[in-house]
Design a protein around this ligand. Structure first.
Ligand SMILES: O=C(O)CCC(=O)C(=O)O
Ligand SMILES: [Fe+2]
Length: 324
C-alpha cells in the first residue's frame, strides 16, 4: 500500500484513519531516525531539539509591526527578499507569511540589524536551525543513502541549506481561505518540517493522487524532494504536500531544506538502480542543481505569490522534465 498511509500510521495518526497492509518500518543505523516503509520518502523523527515557536511568533510579530526592520532585512537579500508578505494584499496567494533564511544569507546581515532582531528571538531561531543542521542532516542523508543504494553525502558537501519560518496568520487578505500553502513538491533532497502542534499539513497518497492524509500537528517529518528522486534514479519518492488553514487559527512551522551542491549535475548517482525511466536531459546531465533551484525559486519555492493553478502546472512541468 502507499507509503504515505504507512508512514502516517507510524507517526501515530488517530486509529480512525483506515489502515491498509502496513509494512514494518525498516530499521536504519541511527535508531532515532526510522524509514517508515519500503520506498518511503517519509521518515519519522523524534528530535531532542524543540523548535522555539515562542521566539518564532515574536519575530513575525516584530517584523509585521516594524516596517523599517522588514526593509533592512529584505535589503540583505535583494534578489527575493527574506520576509514575504504577499498574503497581506493578495487573497489568491498562499495565505501565509514566510521568513526565508540560510547560513549564507545570515552572514550578510549587518551587526546592527542583527542586534535589533536579537531581542525579537532571531538568535534563538538561528541557533535552533544551526543545531538541527549539525545534528540531523548527516544521519538523514545516510538513511536516504541506504534507500537510494548510493552515497548521497558526495553530492552534499557545500551545505546548500535553507531555513524557512511560516506563519499561517489569521490576519491576511482572505482570512476565510483554507489555502495555507498550495500542493507542491519541494525541489531539494529533503525537508525537515517542525510544527507548533497545530494541524494543517497534509500529504498526498503516492498511489492515490488527490487523496490527502493529514499529518498530526505535533509530528516532525522528513519529506524527500525532486533532487532525491533524480539522484536516486527514482528509488526515493518525493511527497507532495500542502497546508490547509483553519480560519481564525494561527499555525507556525519551521522548515529546514537540504539540497545538493549547486554545481552538481542533476542525474542519477553512479551505481543507483533506475527504477523508473528518466528523461534524456536528466540522464545526460544537462541540468545542474543551480539551474533547477533558480527555476523553482522563481515559482513555488520562495515565492508565495503563486496561485493554486500555477502551482499545479509547475508540478506537471517538472514531471515532464524529469520523466520525459
Ligand atoms: O508549513 C508547513 O508545514 C510546510 C511548509 C512547506 O511545505 C514549504 O514551505 O515548502
Ligand atoms: Fe514544502
Amino acid at each position: 500500500m502507499a507509503a504515505t498511509t504507512a508512514s502516517l500510521n507510524g507517526l501515530a495518526i488517530p486509529s480512525s484513519t483506515p489502515a491498509h497492509d502496513i509494512p514494518e518500518p525498516i530499521p536504519v543505523s541511527d535508531p532515532s531516525i526510522r524509514v517508515l516503509s519500503p520506498n518511503s520518502t517519509i521518515v519519522s523523527f523524534e528530535p531532542e531539539t524543540r523548535a522555539p515557536f515562542e521566539a518564532i511568533r515574536r519575530l513575525f510579530d516584530y517584523l509585521k509591526t516594524h516596517p523599517e526592520m522588514e526593509s533592512s532585512l529584505n535589503a540583505t537579500y535583494p534578489k527575493r527578499g527574506i520576509f514575504k508578505t504577499a498574503a497581506t494584499y493578495n487573497a489568491a496567494s498562499d495565505q501565509k507569511f514566510t521568513i526565508d533564511l540560510s547560513p549564507t544569507r545570515n552572514a550578510k546581515i549587518p551587526d546592527d540589524l542583527r542586534g535589533a532582531l536579537a531581542g525579537a528571538g532571531f538568535n534563538e531561531i538561528l541557533d535552533f536551525f544551526d543545531n538541527v543542521n549539525d545534528t540531523y542532516v548527516a544521519p538523514i542523508l545516510s538513511t536516504l543513502s541506504t534507500l537510494a543504494g548510493a552515497d548521497l553525502h558526495q553530492a552534499h558537501k557545500s551545505g546548500n541549506i535553507n531555513y524557512r519560518l511560516c506563519d499561517y496568520s489569521t490576519d491576511t487578505a482572505d482570512p476565510e481561505s483554507d489555502n495555507g500553502c498550495g500542493a507542491h513538491t519541494d525541489y531539494g533532497t529533503f525537508s525537515i518540517i517542525f510544527q507548533d502542534g497545530t494541524p494543517g499539513l497534509e500529504m498526498e497518497e503516492a498511489e492515490h493522487p488527490g487523496l490527502w492524509v493529514p499529518v498530526p500537528g505535533d509530528a516532525t517529518v522528513v519529506l524527500a524532494g525532486w533532487c532525491a528522486v533524480i539522484l536516486s534514479g527514482g528509488c526515493i519518492q518525493a511527497t507532495r504536500h500542502r497546508v490547509r488553514r483553519t480560519p481564525g487559527v494561527r499555525r507556525l512551522s519551521a522548515v529546514l531544506f537540504v539540497a545538493p551542491d549547486l554545481d552538481i549535475k542533476l542525474k542519477p548517482l553512479d551505481g543507483v538502480q533506475i527504477t523508473r525511466p528518466l528523461s534524456q536531459s536528466i540522464m545526460t546531465g544537462e541540468i545542474d542543481v543551480g539551474w533547477f533551484k533558480e527555476v523553482m525559486g522563481r515559482k513555488r519555492e520562495g515565492n508565495e505569490k503563486m496561485e493554486e493553478a500555477d502551482a499545479t502546472s509547475q508540478d506537471s512541468e517538472i514531471e515532464m522534465l524529469i520523466w520525459g
